[in-house]
Design a protein around this ligand. Sequence first.
Ligand code: COA
Length: 182
Amino acid sequence: MNKNGAAYRAARPGEETAVSNLVARSFNEFIAPDFSEEGVEEFFRYANPRSLKKRSEDSHFVLVAEAEGEIAGMIEVREMKHISMLFVDKSHHRKGIGKELLRLALDRIKSANSPPASVTVHSSRFAVPFYESLGFTKTSEEKIIYGVIHIPMALALPEGRILRREDSTRQEIYARRNKSPV
Ligand SMILES: CC(C)(COP(=O)(O)OP(=O)(O)OC[C@H]1O[C@@H](n2cnc3c(N)ncnc32)[C@H](O)[C@@H]1OP(=O)(O)O)[C@@H](O)C(=O)NCCC(=O)NCCS
């Protein structure tokens, strides 16, 4: 599916290095400058291709956005309830790719056998306005664990601005057709 100049799909086995390279580029520019050495090491223990592969074979899923033949963005979700990574290449920021990756991940979470009451994320400092703009709220003050700086946030399901926007579009369409949205 194409949107905002990118195609979205599940990550394929064998793409771990390409995905991990995108994550590393973005992390080094937007997040690492605030981290201690310990935090950077801890992050790469998590974000390296081998760890990514292992988690994908276990309880995580990864979606990617592809633009101009390159991986332009990625989202990783743990156990259908926690966003463990979300990165968009700098050259593609503010085109709606992060929002679309999140929307697709939420669709997948909501269609799980027993969807969670909320989705959580440990946001970077940089990404707080992004998550807030999409309805997430802070659930605690900033934390630093093993040098990893993060702000715990959550989005209650099925609410959230992304979903409300879609609902209002749907209601407009139904209103135009003079039919009930139910
Ligand atoms: C956070 C990130 C994934 C957002 O991806 P993106 O594709 O640029 O975001 P979108 O274009 O979908 O943005 C959707 C909305 O979020 C808000 N937003 C996004 N980036 C923002 C920023 N830097 N500052 C303020 N608001 C922002 C805006 O409201 C935006 O809508 P608008 O562009 O119409 O105003 C991307 O900036 C990124 O990879 N950052 C570095 C890595 C990072 O911090 N990842 C999060 C780890 S938890």
